[in-house]
Design a protein around this ligand. Structure first.
Ligand code: GCW
Length: 721
């Protein structure tokens, strides 16, 4: 068919049905689908309320606001909207700041605006001179953009918008994605294809994906992106790459997104030709200062650096007998005059000391509290080991009151089924954020440490290791998108509930029909616990396959480091299983506040979901269900498999309500997940059984393979390594 004929056909469809031809639901549009509102009453209300749209002023961010409103409202309301820049006398939607919009200035919102700060916004239904307006007002254009996306979310989730009185601002300042993307486009722990950064074609070719990435991030309030892997390559700091970084920064700027880079600590040697990278060496200091100044000539609003140092082989200040603070302050000094920050990671564990890995970040960082410069924020993983399906909160939270600490969550599912398992992570993020550190008495939650309110810090932040790649749907698993979405929403407002975030996402991603929203929400809310059950129930952790981390391998031992093995963590023997982290063991528990210790120190009262994290428990010990520990483990592993089957049933029943393409993909992934869940259950139980010497209780499904067979499984070329 010629292009002309296709065009005429499309035009006819538009004429007859009053809307665009249906797009294939390949997931590319994420939660920004903007299809015609199906509810007739609401559609009428929205058309009436948002009939005229006024965005006064011109700037790159306001242009983005206009584009988004144009695209979204035209789609949602089913006909092209006109956006004018003259304050409409007829009412309608008005967006702007008091500086860009005369109408907003006239509304006298100064007091209310004061309360929402630089990034917040107001969304109001307001009468003015007899006309009814819907007002998006903010102090900055970025705030207007966030307000715009908030309004669009209300429409997409089909809320009444006639009496709006929203005053909204973010709880944390740095809301950042960390891309573990390499310059060769591989992505460490990435399961959705290659990196979306096409370094080879940058800076000349600007892929539409960069723009859509920025739109998606801005829509949930993400305001920063670290482009490169924390296992860093210093090449990105050379002019050749800085030109490319600049091109991306230029695309992201109107969307309120700052660009950050990872700084390899040895860069002064590798690209600066110095003999040392010693942070106290004057030449090294001068080199970083110049380098930072050079970066700012390319990217005038450059955000700063994320650094992984002296961790898993990365170079760092300790190579020169200097501390993490010396290293961080070196970069902070260079960045301070420009307003940049250093996000110094606390994911370290000593190369030599054979102490419980759980304790090492605390041991190294706690003594440094108060010695970091003002523009350093220490980035701490949610738990002390490594993004396991369940970890108790990291003991550093609450332990460094003089230092701002930011959260590092992992959105990419390295240890939760990677690209094919459905695991909605908001309940896990919330579990950590709501944990009480008792640092300043009851109510000193991790969230309050992270948002800076507990100790009144000027900077605060949350980072999420991205799950984004160049797969058509960005995240491999269609439900992986929910984790990107949820991370952004929680970074903006950690008080939101996981249920509410799921609801929003489902309505925007699939549809608002209750017969679809309720079952999908229930499925999502249970999914993380399901993964915990078939992988690492009751506080077990780090049982995964060597290197690729996909699938079970509780038998891993005899590796270069004991704390890279599985046996180190589960400590199964003929008596029982679990890691004693109390006084009789590694005493990692002593790193928490006394009130927290009290919750976990007694195996009889320790919550069972972290029992084996802190205790070595006898196989025959009684659990809350009345079963022995061994039987309970068997039941939990089996329950995990059963729950995946329940998800399958739920999903199959939605066949008519979800578009075919996405339905099929999720269905096939759930089949993989069911197979993998059995693999986990059978491999782990058979292996632990060699210690427990007890049968898998009758009535539970018995393993299909033998332990030897499971031990031989070795997936080749698993992604993400
Ligand atoms: O979890 C481990 C991952 C590494 C990662 C490291 C880190 C980027 O397996 O791939 O390296 O954590 O967080 O630095």
């Amino acid at each position: 068919m010629s292009k002309k004929i296709v065009f005429c056909f499309a035009f006819l469809v538009v004429l007859i049905f009053g809307q665009k031809p249906a797009q294939a639901e390949d997931g590319y549009r994420l939660w920004q689908r903007y299809d015609l509102i199906q509810n007739k009453d609401l559609l009428k209300q929205y058309r009436k309320t948002l009939g005229n749209v006024t965005v006064q002023g011109s700037s790159p961010t306001l242009a983005v606001v206009k584009d988004e409103l144009d695209m979204a409202l035209s789609g949602l309301l089913g006909s092209k909207v006109t956006i004018t820049d003259n304050a409409s006398k007829k009412g309608g939607l008005v967006a702007g700041t008091p500086a860009t919009s005369s109408l907003i200035k006239d509304l006298g919102l100064d007091q209310k605006l004061k309360e929402v700060g630089q990034e917040g916004f107001l969304l109001l239904s307001q009468k003015h001179k007899g006309n009814a307006y819907t007002v998006i007002a903010a102090n900055s254009e970025k705030g207007v953009l966030y307000g715009t996306f908030h309004l669009l979310r209300l429409l997409q989730t089909q809320q009444d918008i006639q009496n709006l009185n929203v005053s909204n601002s973010p709880k944390t300042k740095l809301r950042i994605l960390n891309h573990w993307d390499n310059l060769d486009r591989t992505v460490e722990r990435g399961y959705a294809g290659f990196s979306i950064w096409d370094w080879h074609k940058l800076p000349d070719y600007i892929d539409q994906r960069y723009i859509d990435y920025a739109r998606a991030n801005a829509s949930v309030g993400i305001n920063g992106t670290v482009l490169t892997n924390v296992n860093a390559n210093s090449l990105v700091l050379t002019p050749e790459y800085l030109k490319k970084v600049k091109a991306l920064a230029d695309v992201f700027r109107p969307y309120g997104i700052k660009v950050y880079l990872t700084a390899r600590f040895s860069s002064p040697i590798e690209i600066g030709k110095l003999k040392t990278a010693d942070p106290l060496n004057p030449e090294v200091k001068a080199w970083w200062k110049n380098k930072v100044n050079e970066i700012y000539t390319y990217v005038p609003d450059f955000g700063g650096f994320t650094v992984k140092a002296n961790s898993e082989g990365q170079p760092g200040p300790q190579n020169y007998n200097r501390s993490h603070a010396d290293g961080a302050n070196l970069l902070a000094e260079a960045l301070a005059p420009k307003g940049g920050v250093v996000m110094w990671r606390a994911f370290v564990y000593d190369n030599n000391v054979p102490d419980d890995r759980h304790k090492q970040a605390y041991t190294e960082f706690k003594p440094l509290d108060g010695t970091f410069q003002g523009n350093v924020i220490v980035q701490v993983k949610n738990g002390a080991i490594d993004f396991q399906p369940r970890e108790p909160f990291h003991p550093l939270f609450g332990a460094m009151p003089k230092t701002p600490l930011m959260m590092e969550f992992q959105i990419t599912q390295e240890y939760l089924g990677q690209g094919t398992h459905l695991a909605y992570l908001a309940p896990m993020f919330k579990e950590t954020l709501e944990s009480d550190t008792y640092a300043k008495g009851q109510g000193s939650t991790v969230a309050k440490v992270v948002d800076g309110s507990l100790d009144n810090h000027a900077i605060s932040g949350m980072a999420g290791v991205a799950n984004i790649g160049n797969d058509i749907n960005w995240t491999s698993h269609p439900f992986g998108q929910a984790n990107w979405y949820a991370f952004g929403r929680l970074a903006w407002d950690h008080a939101l509930t996981a249920e509410d975030i799921a609801d929003e996402w489902i309505k925007m991603t699939f549809s608002g029909s209750p017969s679809l929203v309720t079952p999908i929400r229930n499925m999502m809310m249970a999914s993380r616990e399901t993964v915990v059950n078939y992988m690492t129930p009751m506080g077990l952790h780090h049982l995964m396959g060597w290197d690729h981390h996909y699938g079970p391998a509780p038998w891993i031992k005899d590796k270069p480091r004991a704390d890279w093995t599985s046996v180190y963590y589960h400590r199964a023997d003929e008596k029982g299983i679990g890691f004693d982290r109390t006084k009789t063991g590694s005493n990692a528990l002593s790193q928490y506040a006394p009130e927290v210790q009290a919750q976990w120190e007694n195996p009889a009262t320790c919550p069972e979901d972290v029992l084996l994290w802190f205790h070595h428990v006898a196989w025959d010990a009684k659990t809350k269900s009345g079963r022995t520990l061994w039987d309970e483990l068997c039941y939990r592993y089996s329950g995990g498999v059963d729950s995946v089957r329940t998800m399958q049933k739920t999903w199959n029943a939605l066949a008519g309500q979800v578009d075919k393409e996405r339905h099929q993909q999720v269905k096939q992934y759930l089949a993989i997940q069911e197979k993998d869940a059995r693999w986990w259950r059978d491999a782990c139980l058979l292996y632990f059984q060699t210690f427990s010497k007890r049968p898998i209780p009758q009535g539970l499904e018995q393993p299909q393979g033998t332990l030897e067979e499971y031990m031989k499984i070795d997936p080749k070329f698993a992604p993400g390594i």
